[in-house]
Write a protein that binds this ligand. Structure first.
Ligand code: ADP
Ligand code: LRH
Length: 491
């Protein structure tokens, strides 16, 4: 078969890349054309995404792709929940605001005054997190009505990029399912949630399946960059769902951890699970490729290491992620632990100081060195994975013999090993660039070059090397887990 070539634009919360994906009928290869950091900007009192810079970086990737001949299509995936508002002429009404901005504080409780919590969860099946689109919109409805009145449409981040690439507007299913405004069973907007919260339904776009072609690269952009037209595909706009599509497994029931700025711990289902247990554990049902459901917990993730590293940089100390991992590996195990999902760790700022305060308040040895801080984060994350593992097993009633870990975090052998130890299961780690592989594969599926999600996964399995980590120190970790569960209830 003729080699197919597509461009995957993967925008994570910490970095972005434009990658060329090629498929010869058997293997997918990915080649990095352009990589850049994704640096939010605090301006006045608001934390924004630097949308214009991100669009500029996508253009640089497109320019670099010229050397590779005909390209069939391009697709953008991003982090979940954030959006831009457009006026009638398609102008952006302000820079998209970052989900970590403080504007959503208190919105969860406000929403429960308008819609009963059980009803809300029962419809959307989403984990309650104040960052979700619905709470950002509630803030605007209560405090910035004039902005919503001025707006003609709301586009989720991947759809916003696709719009400025092609002129086509839609709301792709996987990213729509991060809004907490979707009916998880009907896979469409929930009138009840939207009406009860007083949100402007008219701004929302039609929900379309993952893999829908939204248009062609605009003639204006082709002329500006001197490139040939290509299709613009709304693949899986949500990065987590691209990563999940790329889990290299042939099993129907499996556990995955998509490990980056956030760690998403879950399994894949044909239909949502929305019941007493899932509500009690606050587990989310998000939409994925082929209408599948990913049943998962959002765990705060490597944000804690990213933000600590930024703090040390501000203090004049430069460490690579690899160096921090080496320092942590040398430290004494189980010296001090935190609940990584405690609310004080979510906003940007001095995370090492907050970790020290947490340990002091809870009567544990205070981590002093960088290695102790990173060890504390890694062990706490691994124990949090174990908690999510138990909750998911309780909800599905299934056994899972191995854990698949994908994403940038799998470059930390320490975290992979601690995860295997905490969960008592072998961990298969890789691909690092799972999101890119998934993005590429979904475009190939839209082109008809690969047939199904199963085929995608077996092609990716054949395309990448996967490392295995076997559990160690079983008894010690079982005891640590029991102690952690007890402690976290008190914290
Ligand atoms: P996102 O897509 O959310 O921006 P990535 O999947 O790119 O995140 O993962 C980034 C994370 O991967 C970093 O925050 C860091 O914790 C981890 N990481 C990256 N490189 C290494 C490395 N060499 N050693 C250990 N960890 C690493
Ligand atoms: C991970 C992710 C995650 C959440 C968060 C906001 O990048 O997409 O699934 O939605 O970002």
């Amino acid at each position: 078969m003729e080699t197919k070539k597509v461009l995957a634009v993967d925008l994570g919360a910490s970095s972005g890349r434009v990658m060329l994906g090629s498929f010869d009928g058997e293997k997918i290869t990915v080649e990095e054309l352009h990589r850049f950091s994704n640096d939010p900007v605090i301006l006045g009192n608001t934390m924004y995404w630097d949308f214009l810079r991100l669009f500029h970086e996508i253009k640089q990737g497109l320019i670099k792709s010229k050397a590779y001949g005909k390209i069939d299509s391009i697709s953008v995936d991003t982090w979940g929940v954030d959006f831009g508002l457009l006026d009638k002429e398609g102008n952006l009404l302000g820079n998209p605001v970052h989900y970590r901005d403080a504007r959503v504080n208190g919105m969860l409780d406000k929403s429960f005054e308008k819609i009963d919590k059980d009803t809300f969860y029962g419809i959307t099946g989403n984990q309650f997190m104040e960052i979700n689109t619905v709470f950002q919109l509630l803030y605007l409805a209560l405090n910035k009505k004039e902005l919503l009145e001025q707006a003609d449409s709301l586009l989720m981040m991947p759809d916003l990029f696709n719009y400025y690439l092609s002129g086509g507007k839609c709301c792709e299913y996987s990213i729509a399912s991060t809004t907490q405004m979707l009916d998880a069973v009907k896979k469409n907007w929930s009138d009840e949630v939207i009406e009860k919260l007083g949100l402007p339904a008219r701004l929302l776009q039609q929900v379309v399946p993952s893999g829908t072609t939204v248009g062609t690269l605009s003639p204006q952009l082709c002329e500006e960059l001197g490139i040939e037209p290509m299709k613009v595909v709304a693949g899986a706009g949500h990065d987590t769902q691209c990563a999940l599509a790329a889990v290299p497994t042939g099993e129907k029931d499996f556990i995955f951890i998509s490990c980056g700025t956030w760690c998403l711990f879950g399994t894949e289902l044909d239909e949502p699970i929305i019941d007493e247990n899932s509500a009690r554990f606050n587990i989310t049902n998000e939409g994925g490729v082929g209408g599948k459901i990913s049943f998962l917990k959002n765990i705060i993730g490597l944000w804690l290491i990213q933000e600590s590293r930024r703090q040390w940089m501000r203090e004049g100390k430069e460490f690579s992620f690899g160096e921090l991992e080496k320092l942590a590996a040398k430290e004494e195990p189980f010296r001090s632990l935190i609940d990584p999902d405690a609310p004080e760790f979510a906003p940007s700022g001095n995370v090492p100081r907050r970790i020290r305060e947490f340990c002091k308040r809870t009567g544990q040895p205070v981590p002093e060195t960088e290695g102790q801080i990173v060890r504390c984060i890694n062990e706490s994350l691994a124990l949090k994975y174990r908690m999510a593992f138990e909750e998911i097993r309780e909800c599905t009633g299934k056994e899972y013999p191995v854990i698949h870990m994908v994403g940038g975090g799998t470059q930390s052998a320490l975290l992979c090993q601690l995860t295997a130890n905490a969960c008592g299961r072998p961990v298969y780690a890789g691909p690092v660039e799972a999101t890119v592989y998934g993005n590429v594969a979904i475009q190939l599926m839209a082109e008809g070059a690969v047939g199904s999600l199963e085929e995608i996964r077996s092609v990716i399995k054949a395309s990448e090397e996967i490392r295995r980590f076997d559990p160690q120190d079983g008894e010690r970790w079982e005891e640590a887990y029991r102690n952690y569960c007890e402690a976290i209830r008190k914290w």
